[in-house]
Every structure is written in structure tokens, then in C-alpha cells.
Write a protein that binds this ligand. Structure first.
Ligand code: SF4
Length: 63
């Protein structure tokens, strides 16, 4: 699974990082980004929690 953050929607609330620290980071621009090219199997559940929990639907799966 690959994810990306739509920076136009991100409000830098930090919820994604709280849900899946190993997958999301707050980048130098103050907005969230994805740390990993491919989400490892053991982190997929946490990553999906983050995706579903993002208040602005800024996290998208890259197909
Ligand atoms: S949960 Fe959504 S809005 Fe909040 S920092 Fe992460 S991507 Fe941005």
C-alpha cells in the first residue's frame, strides 16, 4: 500500500502521526507527509486508521 498527503487539504493537526508514527511525519513545511515509500504490512492497520481519521480527508491511497 502506498499513501500520499494532499497538502492543500492538510491542516497539520497531527492526528495521522499520532495514529501511525512510523508512517507519517510532520515535514519542514509544517504539514504532514508520508515517511515510507510502501507501508509495511504490519503498519497497514494503523495507516488505515490514520487515513480514516484524518479530519479533512487529506490522506489518499495511491493506486
Ligand atoms: S490527520 Fe490529516 S489534516 Fe491532520 S496532519 Fe494528518 S494529513 Fe494533515
Amino acid at each position: 500500500m502506498k499513501l500520499k498527503v494532499n497538502k492543500d487539504l492538510c491542516i497539520a493537526c497531527g492526528a495521522c502521526q499520532a495514529a501511525a508514527y512510523e508512517v507519517f511525519e510532520i515535514e519542514d513545511d509544517g504539514l504532514a507527509g508520508v515517511r515510507v515509500e510502501e507501508v509495511p504490512e504490519e503498519l497497514v492497520e494503523d495507516a488505515l486508521d490514520a487515513l480514516e481519521g484524518c479530519p479533512t480527508d487529506a490522506i489518499e491511497e495511491v493506486k
